[in-house]
Write a protein that binds this ligand. Structure first.
Ligand SMILES: NC(=O)c1ccc[n+]([C@@H]2O[C@H](COP(=O)([O-])OP(=O)(O)OC[C@H]3O[C@@H](n4cnc5c(N)ncnc54)[C@H](OP(=O)(O)O)[C@@H]3O)[C@@H](O)[C@H]2O)c1
Length: 230
């Protein structure tokens, strides 16, 4: 990835689904610091320790699944919590005269986290970017902060990854520790940089295991472990 950046083909290097220990390993060995970490983040998985660590190291954070990824249920074959239906969120939405989605997204922004909600609906897309003409009060923020349950929705259990590179993933919601992704969580494998995961996937499949791909190519060319089994 550093060679790609040196060649002017990438402006920045990003990480996804890294825990604190994995980021530290990158920081200890890199020449070009990662610019951003993309992780699951929402009211039920606030990952404050990990976010704080990133900020202290000049790494911006992007939240995926900010609205709780309801659409992922079919893929996971299980129910996921409905963040938009949370009574605290709904009450704040009513008081602020905003939608529940706008409250969830604004909460992330006020925590200093960028976010990438997805919608297939033009009206909801417009709604999801109309976040800059209102502000959550300190009380609103405290209430939303208090909803953290350390519960992960997108646990990647649907990827049949090589068993020696992915930690076992529960079919239930996976709790994680306060420092971010737990050491025993599903991302303990050699997860790494957002790059051409398709190429890495092809190679990892050919090699039979992601760690072989990583060891042959070095950490800088590896890939998010969550997609390794695809
Ligand atoms: N790096 C990673 O490992 C990783 C993992 C997961 C996801 N991501 C990325 O993160 C982004 C978002 O993830 P996501 O789609 O899973 O989660 P999400 O944005 O939390 O949820 C999307 C779901 O919410 C609905 N929705 C969107 N806006 C809404 C609104 N205003 N009111 C009510 N429902 C609304 C959408 O339905 P409609 O389409 O019907 O509006 C869709 O079902 C995507 O770009 C995804 O690729 C990255």
């Amino acid at each position: 990835m550093e060679a790609i950046a040196d060649a002017g083909l990438a402006r920045s290097i990003g990480l996804s689904n890294f825990n604190q220990r994995q980021i530290q390993r990158v920081l200890d060995n890199c020449r070009i610091k990662p610019a951003n970490l993309q992780i699951e983040n929402h009211i039920y998985l606030q990952q404050n320790g990990l976010v704080k660590f990133c900020k202290a190291n000049g790494i911006t954070v992007t939240a995926y699944s900010p609205l709780g990824s309801k659409g992922i249920e079919k893929l996971l074959n299980r129910e996921v919590p409905d963040l938009l239906d949370n009574p605290v969120v709904k009450e704040i939405a009513q008081r602020q005269e905003r939608t529940a989605a706008q409250i969830l997204l604004r909460h992330l922004l006020q925590r200093g986290i960028a976010t990438i909600p997805k919608s297939t609906n033009a009206g909801r897309l417009r709604q999801n970017i109309a976040l800059f003409d209102f502000e959550l009060t300190d009380d609103d923020m405290a209430e939303l902060n208090g909803l953290d349950q350390n519960v992960r929705i997108c646990d990647f259990g649907f990827f049949p990854g090589p068993p020696d590179t992915m930690e076992p993933v529960s079919t239930a919601l996976v709790p994680f520790d306060a420092a971010g992704t737990a050491a025993t969580g599903p991302f303990e494998g050699p997860s790494t940089l957002i790059c051409s995961w398709k190429a890495a996937y092809r190679k990892s499949r050919k090699a039979g295991a992601l760690h072989q791909y990583v060891s042959r190519n070095g950490a800088a060319a590896s890939i998010d472990a969550s997609t390794a089994g695809r």
